[in-house]
Ligand binder design. Structure first.
Ligand code: NAI
Ligand code: OAA
Length: 319
């Protein structure tokens, strides 16, 4: 039997496009007893609104630097969707200039006010923001690689949806592991390991792989200047946060693909299937058997992924 206790969850960037629906979904999570909504502005309104929902979590809004410490104090889980989103024509890498500093500042505050919290990093470019957070925490003596996660759940959510649609399968029963990172070719769905198994020709596999890799860009183009995925990301973020909380609460066998410090490949950070436990990462799973197409995808991403990791590490070391 697992014992249920409540947790304090903080959302940083809670007045934003992802932060608002993510806060809403966390308010509906029965494992959350305290929900802390932080942003540079606008959170009192968001918190007042969400707090009227008749679920157990107590909601508080915090606005501005002076309130960041109180927002984070003793949090069990911190979800970070703070920072700027893409506009058409931009890559996730173009966000580095602004978001690197934002993420570094927020992670520094986590080291001070909730050094034992699990951190779910959503802010882009995830391939670099996770290494930045790791270095900042390390400098403060608060880095536990088991508790720092890049959220790649939206890639899995997309791969499941597209795979199910293409093969006429029930979406809710489909699973597709997605490995690598969270940008373009570093996103690699392992369609040969998808369940239930469906026979697909090479052209279909390539089309599904590309659509998953370009899923974010598809939304950026459709929103035509009004930002990137927010609602599907809030859903994915809430799914991943719920998995972290369930594992923390003692549930066994909770598995998610997530971008963590890893020995699975040469890249220091890599997303693959991870079993979550009470203290965060329990087991990082290997890649299993890859097809030649998947192997080529893996080889092809390594230079870009390592560059993004190094860029994040260098940025944080220079702070
Ligand atoms: N990991 C993933 O799969 C995905 C990541 N993203 C990323 O999530 C981030 C947020 O996207 P949106 O919510 O659409 O953007 P948004 O602009 O709607 O919201 C961002 C929020 O962050 C806040 N913010 C900025 N600096 C802050 C600071 N220092 N402390 C606290 N809050 C701060 C802003 O005030 C704003 O409310 C972007 O970097 C985007 O690229 C978006 C979709 C998927
Ligand atoms: O594409 C973007 O910029 C936002 C994102 O990470 C996604 O939707 O996967």
């Amino acid at each position: 039997m697992t014992q249920t206790r409540g947790y304090k969850v903080a959302v940083l960037g809670a007045a934003g496009g992802i932060g608002q629906p993510c806060g809403l979904l966390m308010k509906m999570n029965p494992l959350v007893t305290e929900l802390s909504l932080y942003d540079i502005a606008g959170t009192p309104g968001v918190a007042a609104d969400v707090s009227h929902i008749n679920t157990a979590a107590q909601v508080k809004g915090y606005a501005g630097d002076a309130e960041l410490g109180a927002a984070l104090k003793d949090a069990d889980l911190v979800i970070i969707p703070a920072g700027v989103p893409r506009k058409p024509g931009m890559t996730r890498e173009d966000l580095f200039k602004i978001n690197a500093g934002i993420v570094a500042g927020l992670t520094e505050a986590c080291a001070t006010h909730c050094p034992n919290a699990m951190i779910n990093m959503i802010s882009n470019p995830v391939n670099s923001t996770v290494p930045i957070a790791a270095e900042v925490l390390k400098k403060r003596g608060a880095y536990d690689p088991k508790k720092l996660f890049g959220v790649t759940t939206l890639d899995v959510v997309r791969a499941k949806t597209f795979y199910a649609e293409k093969n006429g399968l029930e979406t809710a029963k489909v699973d597709v592991p997605v490995v690598g990172g969270h940008a373009g070719i570093t996103i690699l769905p392992l369609l040969s390991q998808a369940t239930p198994k469906a026979e697909m020709d090479a052209a279909t596999i390539e089309a599904l792989t590309k659509r998953t890799q370009d899923g974010g860009t598809e939304v950026v183009a459709a929103k035509a200047g009004k930002g990137s995925a927010t609602l599907s990301m809030a859903y994915a973020g809430a799914v991943f946060a719920d998995s972290c909380l369930r594992a923390k609460n003692g549930e066994a066998g909770v598995v998610e693909c997530t971008y963590v410090e890893s020995n699975v490949t040469d890249a220091r950070f890599f997303a693959s299937k991870v079993t979550l436990g009470k203290e965060g990462v329990e087991t990082i799973h290997g890649l299993g058997e890859l097809t030649p197409y998947e192997k080529a995808g893996l080889d092809g991403m390594m230079a870009e992924l390592n560059d993004s990791i190094n860029k994040g590490v260098e940025f944080a070391k220079a702070l």
